[in-house]
Write a new protein. Structure first.
Length: 308
C-alpha cells in the first residue's frame, strides 16, 4: 500500500469496523491559536486544583514533541449517549460513567487501528491517547471536520451531539485531511443560561471551581455551602449543559456494548446510593470511571446533596 489515499481509507474503515461512531483526520499542526486562550484560562485560575494542566506547556505548542516527525492526527469519536438513570432517590451520575471505563474501551479500539496500520506499514510510528496527552483534543476534532467547540466548551457533532468520547492517534503517516468544521452554536446560549452554579461564566469559558463535574470528581476540599441545592441531584459528574443542548435532543444513542451493560445499569432500579456499603460500591463500579473518586468521596458527595 503506497498512497496516502489508500492508507486513509484503511484507517477509516478500521475505525468503523472496531465500533467507532465517526473518524476524521487532520494535520499535526494546530489550526487555531489555542495556546494563548488556554494560557489565559490557566492564568485566571479557572482550572481549580487541576495543577497537572499547567505542566508540559511546550508539548501543547508542538505535537512533534510527542511523536517525532508527526504528520497526521486521527480523531475517533465513540458515542456514550444513553437514557438518564437514577437510583431510588433520584440521585444521578453522569452518563459517561454508566458502563466500562472509557479509557480502556477507547484505547483498545485505537490499538487495533494501529495494529492494522503496522501490518501494512511496519516502519510507521503511531501513538494512541485517550485523555492522557497534553494536546488540544477538542481543537483537533474541530480541525478534522467532526464538530465544533460549543459554548459549553464541549465538542458538538450534528449526528452525535456532545455525548461522545474522543480517541486520538498521532502518526508519522501523511494522510488525506478532512476539512475543518465551520458550524457554530449561533445565538443559542441555553447551556450558559442553565448552568445552575454559574460555571459557564460566558460562552466558551468555564470556571472549573464552580463546575459540578469538577466539584464531585476532581475537587478534594469541602464544597462551598452556598452551592447546596444547585447540583440537581448529581453526585458524580454533571450532564446539565449537555442535556439542555438542542443538538443532543435527537442525538444518536450509543451502540457500544461496553457502555450498555454494566453492574450499575443492570441493578440501578434497586440501588440506594446513600445506603451503599464500601464493598457494594467497589463491586458496582469496579470497571467504571466512578471508582477513581473512591468510596469516601462518593459518600461526601451524597451527604452534600442530601444535606447530611
Amino acid at each position: 500500500m503506497d498512497s496516502k489515499e489508500e492508507f486513509t481509507k484503511l484507517i477509516k474503515n478500521s475505525a468503523t469496523e472496531f465500533g467507532f461512531s465517526l473518524c476524521g483526520i487532520t494535520h499535526s499542526k494546530y489550526l487555531f491559536d489555542n495556546y494563548h486562550f488556554f494560557e489565559e484560562w490557566i492564568n485566571n485560575e479557572y482550572c481549580g486544583e487541576m495543577s497537572f494542566l499547567k505542566k508540559n506547556t511546550d508539548i501543547r505548542k508542538d505535537i512533534s514533541l510527542i511523536l517525532e516527525n508527526a504528520k497526521s492526527v486521527i480523531c475517533c469519536l465513540l458515542s456514550y449517549n444513553n437514557d438518564e438513570l437514577t437510583d431510588k432517590n433520584g440521585l444521578k451520575i453522569s452518563k459517561y460513567a454508566y458502563g466500562k471505563d472509557y479509557h480502556t474501551v477507547v484505547k483498545n479500539k485505537l490499538s487495533r487501528i494501529i495494529n492494522n496500520i503496522s501490518r501494512i506499514s511496519p516502519s510507521t510510528k503511531s501513538k494512541a491517547f485517550v485523555d492522557t496527552a497534553p494536546i488540544f483534543e477538542k481543537s483537533l476534532v474541530h480541525q478534522s471536520g467532526l464538530g465544533w467547540i460549543g459554548k459549553n466548551t464541549l465538542v458538538i457533532n450534528k449526528k452525535l451531539g456532545s455525548f461522545f468520547f474522543i480517541g486520538i492517534i498521532i502518526t508519522d503517516l501523511e494522510l488525506v485531511y478532512d476539512d475543518y468544521n465551520n458550524t457554530n452554536c449561533g445565538d443559542c446560549k441555553l447551556c450558559v443560561e442553565n448552568c445552575p452554579t454559574g460555571a459557564l461564566i460566558k460562552p466558551y469559558t468555564i470556571d472549573a471551581k464552580k463546575c459540578i463535574a469538577y466539584l464531585t470528581i476532581e475537587y478534594r476540599g469541602k464544597i462551598d455551602e452556598n452551592l447546596k441545592g444547585k447540583f440537581n441531584n448529581y453526585i458524580y459528574g454533571c450532564d446539565i449543559c449537555q442535556n439542555i443542548c438542542p443538538w443532543n435532543k435527537e442525538a444518536e444513542k450509543t451502540k457500544e456494548n461496553e457502555f450498555l451493560n454494566s453492574p450499575f445499569i443492570n441493578s440501578v432500579e434497586n440501588l440506594e446510593f446513600s445506603k451503599m456499603r464500601e464493598d457494594e460500591f467497589n463491586e458496582i463500579f469496579k470497571d467504571s470511571s466512578v471508582k477513581r473518586i473512591k468510596y469516601s468521596k462518593f459518600i461526601e458527595n451524597i451527604n452534600f446533596i442530601t444535606n447530611k
